[in-house]
Design a protein around this ligand. Structure first.
Ligand code: DQA
Length: 144
C-alpha cells in the first residue's frame, strides 16, 4: 500500500466557488486541493485530487485507486451520489476504503438528495462541514 489518498470529485464541482455559493461557499476546488496538500504533508500522506463530470470516469478511477495501492479514496460524487448504482458496485468491488464527502448536508436538503448509494458502501461519511469537510475526511483516512 502507498501513502496516496485519491480525492475524486464528481459533476459540477469544477464550478465550486462560483456555483451556488450560498450552499457550497466560496472556496474553489483548487483552494481545497491546497488545504488538503498542506494537511497531507503534516500527516505524511500525498493527495491525488481529480474532478470529472462523467460517471464512468469515477468508476475507472475507483478501480485505479485499488490497482495503484492507494491508502484510501475521498469521494464527493456530487449528484451521482443519489443516482449511481454503478458507483455503489464499484465501491463494493474494491478493497480500498472509501470515505464519502459532501460540502453541504444533503440530508437537510431536497428529499431526492436523502438517498446515498455511495453511503451504502462507504466506510464513513463527512457532510455539512463545508470545504473543511475534505480535511476532516483526510484526517479520518490517515487513521485507517
Ligand atoms: C454535494 C451534494 C450533492 O447533493 C450535490 O448534487 C452536489 C454537491 C456536496 O458536496 O454538498 O453536487 O455532493
Amino acid at each position: 500500500m502507498t501513502n496516496t489518498i485519491y480525492v475524486l470529485n464528481g459533476p459540477n464541482l469544477n464550478l465550486l466557488g462560483l456555483r451556488e455559493p450560498e450552499i457550497y461557499g466560496s472556496d474553489t476546488l483548487d483552494d481545497i486541493a491546497g488545504m488538503l496538500e498542506d494537511r497531507a504533508r503534516e500527516l505524511g500522506l500525498s493527495v491525488d485530487m481529480r474532478q470529472t463530470n462523467h460517471e464512468g470516469m469515477l468508476v475507472d478511477w475507483l478501480h485505479e485507486a485499488q490497482a495503484e495501492g492507494a491508502k484510501a479514496v475521498l469521494l464527493n460524487a456530487a449528484a451521482y451520489t443519489h443516482t449511481s448504482i454503478a458507483l455503489l458496485d464499484a465501491i463494493k468491488a474494491i478493497r480500498t476504503p472509501v470515505i464519502e464527502v459532501h460540502i453541504s448536508d444533503p440530508m437537510t436538503r431536497e428529499e431526492f438528495r436523502h438517498i446515498s448509494y455511495v453511503g451504502m458502501a462507504a466506510k464513513k461519511t463527512v457532510q455539512g462541514l463545508g470545504a473543511k469537510g475534505y480535511v476532516a475526511a483526510l484526517e479520518a483516512a490517515a487513521e485507517l
